[in-house]
Design a protein around this ligand. Sequence first.
Ligand SMILES: N[C@@H](CCC(=O)N[C@@H](CS)C(=O)NCC(=O)O)C(=O)O
Length: 290
Amino acid sequence: MSNDSKYQPPKVWVWEKPNGGEFASINRPTAGSRVEQELPLGRHPLQLYSMGTPNGIKVTIMLEELLALGHSGAEYDAWLIKISEGAQFSSGFVELNPNSKIPVLLDTSESKPIRVFESGAILLYLAEKFSAFIPKDRATRTEALNWLFWQMGSAPYLGGGFGHFYAYAPMKIEYAIDRFSMEVKRQLDVLDKHLADNEYLSGSEYTVADIAVFPWYGGLVKGWLYGAGEFLSVHEYTNVLRWADAIHARPAVKRGRMVNQMRGELSEQLHERHEASDFDTQTADKLLSR
Ligand SMILES: N[C@@H](CCC(=O)N[C@@H](CS)C(=O)NCC(=O)O)C(=O)O
């Protein structure tokens, strides 16, 4: 491995300027709002402020699954937060999520509106509220939570580690790409070995764990993330592929992946979702131009 870096960290790090890379212009080492701006409010019980990234679509898949089960209380307005333009730093957004990251949910159906941030917390909140996609018996429920929390702890190595250095960083650093490729392939192998003996992550039931893991690791083996399918030889993970295909075939998953989506085929982007009928092609075309 080449070692061509001459950089020596100073005694004290100071932020001087954007350092290049895809999101450099919005990154700062401080928290808090940057502009005074309220968030819009729709008429449904649940207000979602998000974007169609893997963390965002976990929640829209969950909401579409709940609606498909007949839970009308899961009707939602999905507002698009353009993170590359810094919309997560508005005062309204920061009030709901001091961490300034999508997704964030506001439940207006409770006596006092409840804010929920962190996609794992949102999935668990919705699962408990509607008693759905979370197993009832303690052992299987715990197994679902094991994998839900596994996803929350593991995906930053995939997104913030591998994805960042492979696709977004302004220079290719062999050490960083090697380190995170190794870890991501190890994680895929963890899933592959587990899914060799289990239909879904917690056993025979499709749960919040599958909904959380699918957009990241399902997306990776389907070739949707970072154009890295060939690089990581994802075809080797046949059990993950079998599981990802089964989840991808679900109509609610297809709808959930479209909501707040700004990438891919135009016919698969629904920038905002306010009614079930927004998925109709004609309406979707109109909403795209908003
Ligand atoms: N652990 C958080 C991570 C959320 C997250 O990283 N969101 C990204 C998009 S996927 C974001 O909002 N980035 C904007 C920023 O970093 O300013 C969750 O799962 O909700």
